[in-house]
Every structure is written in structure tokens, then in C-alpha cells.
Design a binder for this molecule. Sequence first.
Ligand SMILES: Nc1nc2c(ncn2[C@@H]2O[C@H](COP(=O)(O)OP(=O)(O)O)[C@@H](O)[C@H]2O)c(=O)[nH]1
Ligand SMILES: [Mg+2]
Length: 255
Amino acid sequence: MTTSRRAPKPQSAPTARAERQLDPFQIVDSSFVAGAGSLASLPPPVSAEVAFGGRSNVGKSSLINTLVERKGLVRTSSNPGSTRQINLYEARARDGAVFQLVDLPGYGFTRRSKSEQAAWASLIEGYLRGRVTLAAVLLLVDARRGLEEDDLELIRFIEASRDVARRPVELLLVATKVDKVPRSSVRRALDQLSAAAPRTAGGALRRAIGFSSITGEGRRDLWLAIRRVTRLGGAAPSPSGDAGREDDASRTTDG
Ligand SMILES: Nc1nc2c(ncn2[C@@H]2O[C@H](COP(=O)(O)OP(=O)(O)O)[C@@H](O)[C@H]2O)c(=O)[nH]1
Ligand SMILES: [Mg+2]
């Protein structure tokens, strides 16, 4: 007697392609908007922005390319510190949602002069403090390294600038290069990262999102998180039903 042992049927390519074409989250268009080396040269704030911060070489540019599924939209580099300006990209999803993805200059350039470091700090801090359309900062941390002093400084800065009269900026933690961590240790690495993060008001830092631009792991989770923080839909609706609370008295001028 023979029993037919069928291997689990892999999803056939045409089906996968058809499903993709129906995916409302699929990015159908992406482009470079502007690069700004100073606050004055930033383009006008027009739609919801999420910024990506972290040490040089942590994988910011690769992550943005993976999000938009284009290899060369953002120039990646193994030469740390080559990006010294804020670069803005726009991504449009099939359902029409438009996002500005902002590649912040990386920190941790020990070879920079004091004056260069000061210029960097005032650019990045000015952007984080004053950008009206900024919904969230995604802090990228190498899954193998964990949070370092520069990361904590960025977290503290964002937390401290929350109370200026702007829309609050959410902070999300992303563990990059999880493909370099043994499979069996990924969960533990994410937990350790989350545990080491300061307890913030929103609590978003408590759950680090694992990500790899090599395997694409975490891409969908990231888009869900981006849609949640920009309030452009896609995540499960909040059970509290408190939509619209954020805009009450929060648009007073602050100078
Ligand atoms: N293994 C692995 N390498 C990555 C990943 N993301 C980026 N890299 C590599 O890390 C280096 C720095 O990446 P890049 O995106 O330019 O980092 P950035 O300086 O933060 O923008 C490059 O050599 C990338 O190929 C990843 O998810 N996995
Ligand atoms: Mg880069």
C-alpha cells in the first residue's frame, strides 16, 4: 500500500502576483523629494512624515529602500557618515496614502570636528522639534548591538521636546539586521532591546520591531506601524474610539 506523501503546496507565483496587485498597501510610486543641509532648505511640510534615526551604518537607507521596494532610491553606503543632510522621500501606496520618509543623518561620527557635530545636532534637533508634519521617529538599532548612548540621547531629546506646542512625536524602536542574529536568538534580542528602552509615555518603545533589508522580514509590521502613527489607516482600529483628540489645543504657536 502506498500513501501519497504530498509536500506542502507552495503558493504559486501567479497567485502571489495577483494578491500583490490587490494589496492596498503596496507601494506603487516613490521618489526623492529633497535633501536639506540646513533647516532653511527643508521643503515645506505637506504630508505625514516619519523619520528614521540611528547610528551611521545601522541600515537606515537600506530600510527605506526595502519599504518602497526599490534597491536604489536611497544611496546606501558602507562608508559611515557619508550622509550629512536630511533626505526626504515620498512613497504612495495603492490605496492612495502618501508618506514622507525621512532619512536623518546618522550619528556616531567620532572623527568629526566639534563644529561639524554642533551643526549636525542643531539640524537634527531643529527638525525634530519644529517639523509640524512629523508623526514619528523610528529609531533604528542594530539587533546585535543594542541601545547605545547616542540612541538614548536621541530618545531623551524627543521625549523632552514632546511638550512643545506641536503634535506629539511617537517613537518606535526597530532592530535592524536581524538576519545576522541566529534565528533562535531573535526573540531574545528584541526583548532585551525593548527592556533596555526607557519607559515612554506612549509605550511604543516597549515592542521593538525586528527588521532585515536582506530578507524583508518586518517590512509589513513596519508599514502597519507607520500607518498607525500617521493615522493613515491599516492597523486595527483602537478600541477606545478616541480619534480626533490630538488636535484640540495643540496648534498654538511656540515662537
Ligand atoms: N546583513 C544585513 N546588512 C545590512 C542590512 N541593512 C543594511 N545592511 C548593510 O549595512 C551597511 C550600511 O547600510 P545603510 O543602509 O547604508 O546604513 P545607514 O548608514 O544607516 O543608512 C551596508 O553595507 C548595508 O548593505 C540588513 O538588514 N542586513
Ligand atoms: Mg544612509
